[in-house]
Design a protein around this ligand. Structure first.
Ligand code: ADP
Ligand code: MG
Length: 648
């Protein structure tokens, strides 16, 4: 019997791929999703030698973890031995590791220690078509490496869509080899709704039931936008199955499997489990199932036509996460998932006219996101950010905003030795503070708060706050709250831990209380927290503390000056010193963000929501737009805390 790996389309191109890689610095490999690029090509390279190291990047952390596990299984080894992975706050590699799957962000961090990634012979930039910011940055780095390490590195760009001209043009100077893996796809029939659906979650629910009851055997994949909607739909379907006998016409039951990034790995892997007899699997997933993870044996796809997308406005500094229509290219990708094993059907939850109105492609993320963190990492990696070869140049305003923040934080300073007439010279240098900031796996402003905390003698508290902020939606109740009433209930459950200053210190108190609890799970129930989230925060805290211990050895200069202040006040002061753009001042009944003059309101999830004693100045963690412009994670602060001491 042919092994499943040899049955993958990529296997037929193995010789051709290896030949191209051996004789070209850059190779571009294109193949339909599921053809075996990510799991197989790195293994082919592994077999070429006993010592060469291989680094394969992934835009998504879930994909990096899942694929590394899969490849370790295929090679029959423990994860973290020959095959490992590295994602933010989770590293499973060892000195034995020769094949590492890592998120692009982690690879960019690795550059700070090793500017040319000298330990790797092979750098595979995977899922390049996704064009995340970090992928774009790495593509730029790859082009530089192709010039600097012509003979010692092999760069492989892997992409799913057929639109690779942009990559070949970008790497033109390296004359890249191009390989198309011939795919086998089956006919896919498309169905559209007649009228636009007012509520896509309801439409998705109806579509699953419809397919299950009326369509022949075959598993279903539903594309939703995020965890909340996925959990909602999964619950709704399971409840319906309990109430009525939800049988397909072949007599099968429905097996509901959610898939999103915050799900623990052992639950994620259910999507790969063969569907038992008498069942029909329905996977309800985010965009992760579009290309990064291939779910076997699907026949039906239900496509919401929507995706969650971040967009940063360099003027208002609003970073919005909104649900937007996908592109035609994404529709094609999603649809393709139904035709891998046989003819399939795609049910689009939008009209045919709606489809025709979609953009051809999604903009690369770099044109719509904040760059301060990337700039800091590039500077730490010895790159000239002003002359960096971006595959799509970021908007000038975004670049300016990033540099302005880094200057404000003292991470960079003007280089007086540079000739201002020389347009290609780098007019900034990274300072000692900047070097330290870059070591933290945090945004520069959060990292700065840790440095300030160290000086103010309140590192422990700020470490806790930063760890809590690093877990997505840490304060969300185990069952998603949806209405204002729910927010009130959650607030009263946690009332005993509410700090009069606001959310940052409340988070700190909740964490401290949890740490001291003998029965943490029981306690979590009482305050409506998810125990898994707190465990995650603790892991993150340990790692941040490690970085702090290694890098912050200076004196606690600020402590003597502010020793009269309470620890609470010093924690907030330290937070203010990092989050320099995150201050709002009272203007009548509302608040106005300092600098941008945007009017904002306290988010309903805040302990300060609807309170009339919130004072004149607020510190916030982020600005979000939903029904209004809100600030989230908010604390009252004193104006004096914003005055920075003169450094001696
Ligand atoms: P590509 O990168 O070309 O999209 P992959 O290498 O990701 O393709 O996938 C190849 C095959 O491996 C697919 O059929 C997929 O279902 C399977 N696969 C990937 N990860 C796992 C896993 N964790 N468990 C089981 N099968 C997997
Ligand atoms: Mg892949």
């Amino acid at each position: 019997m042919v092994s499943p790996q040899k049955a993958l389309p990529v296997y037929a191109s193995k010789k051709e791929i290896l030949k191209a890689i051996s004789s070209n610095t850059v190779t571009i490999v294109v193949g339909a999703t599921g053809s075996g690029k990510t799991t197989q090509i790195p293994q082919y390279l592994l077999e070429l030698s006993e010592k060469d190291k291989i680094l394969c990047t992934q835009p998504r952390r879930v994909a990096a973890i899942s694929i590394a596990h899969r490849v370790a299984e295929e090679r029959n080894c423990e994860i973290g031995s020959l095959v490992g992975y590295s994602v933010r706050f989770d590293d499973k590699t060892s000195s034995e590791t020769r094949l590492k799957y890592a998120t692009d962000g982690m690879v960019i961090r690795e550059l700070a220690n090793d500017h040319i990634l000298s330990r790797y012979k092979y750098l595979l930039i995977d899922e390049a078509h996704e064009r995340t910011v970090a992928t774009d940055v790495l593509l730029g780095v790859a082009r530089q490496l192709a010039e600097q390490r012509t003979d010692s590195i092999r760069i492989i760009i892997m992409s799913a869509t057929l639109d690779v001209d942009v990559f070949s043009a970008f790497f033109a100077s390296a004359a890249p080899a191009e390989i198309d893996i011939p795919g086998r796809t089956f006919e896919v029939a498309h169905y559209y709704v007649n009228r636009p659906e007012p509520d896509y979650t309801e439409a998705a629910f109806a579509a699953v039931v419809q397919v299950h009851e009326n369509e022949p055997r075959g598993d279903i994949l539903v594309f939703m936008t995020g965890q909340e909607d996925i959990v909602g739909l999964a619950t709704q379907l399971r409840e319906l199955a309990k109430e009525v006998r939800l049988k397909s016409k072949d007599g099968d039951d429905l097996w509901v499997v959610p898939l999103f990034s915050a799900l623990p790995y052992d639950q994620q892997r259910l999507v790969f489990k063969p569907t038992p007899k008498g069942m029909r699997k329905v996977v309800i997933a985010t965009n992760i199932a579009e290309a990064s993870i291939t779910i076997p044996n699907l026949t039906y796809v239900i496509d919401s036509g929507l995706v969650k997308q971040r967009r940063f406005d360099p003027h208002t500094l609003f970073d919005t996460l909104s649900t937007v229509p996908i592109s035609k290219a994404s529709v094609r990708q999603r649809s393709g998932r139904a035709g891998r094993v046989g003819p399939g059907k795609v049910f689009h939850l939008y009209t045919r006219g709606g489809f025709l109105g979609l953009e051809d492609h999604t903009d690369p993320e770099i044109v719509r996101c904040d760059l301060a963190g990337q700039y800091l990492q590039l500077l730490a990696a010895g790159r000239n950010v002003l002359a960096f070869p971006f595959i799509s140049p970021p908007p000038t305003d975004t670049k300016r905003t990033a540099l302005r923040l880094l200057l404000k934080l003292g991470a960079i300073q003007h280089d007086s030795t540079v000739d201002p007439a020389d347009a290609t010279a780098m007019p900034f240098v990274l300072t000692d503070v900047g070097t330290k900031l870059a070591k933290f796996p945090l945004e520069p402003n959060h990292a700065m708060s840790l440095i300030a905390a160290h000086e103010l003698g309140c590192l422990a508290g700020v470490l806790t706050v930063m760890s809590m902020l690093s877990v997505d939606n840490i304060l969300a109740p185990p069952h998603a709250a949806a209405t204002d009433g729910d927010d009130d209930r959650v607030r009263s459950a946690r009332a005993a831990y509410a700090s009069p200053y606001g959310d940052h210190l409340t988070m700190m108190r909740l964490y401290n209380a949890w740490e001291g609890e003998k029965q943490p799970n029981h306690w979590c129930k009482g305050v409506q927290l998810n125990p898994a989230n707190l465990k995650k925060a603790k892991l993150i805290r340990t790692q941040l503390e490690d970085v702090a211990k290694k890098n912050l050895v200076d004196s606690t200069a600020g402590l003597t000056q502010h020793s009269g202040l309470s620890e609470d006040a010093r924690v907030l002061m330290a937070l203010c010193r990092g989050m320099v753009d995150n201050i709002a001042d009272r203007n009548g009944p509302a608040f106005e963000v300092r600098g941008t003059k945007q009017q904002v309101f306290i988010h309903p999830t805040s302990v300060l929501f609807r309170r009339n004693d919130v004072g004149e100045h607020l510190l916030f963690d982020e600005q979000v737009v939903t029904t209004k412009k809100y600030i989230r994670v908010v604390s009252k602060i004193n104006a004096e805390w914003l005055v920075v001491d003169k450094r001696q």
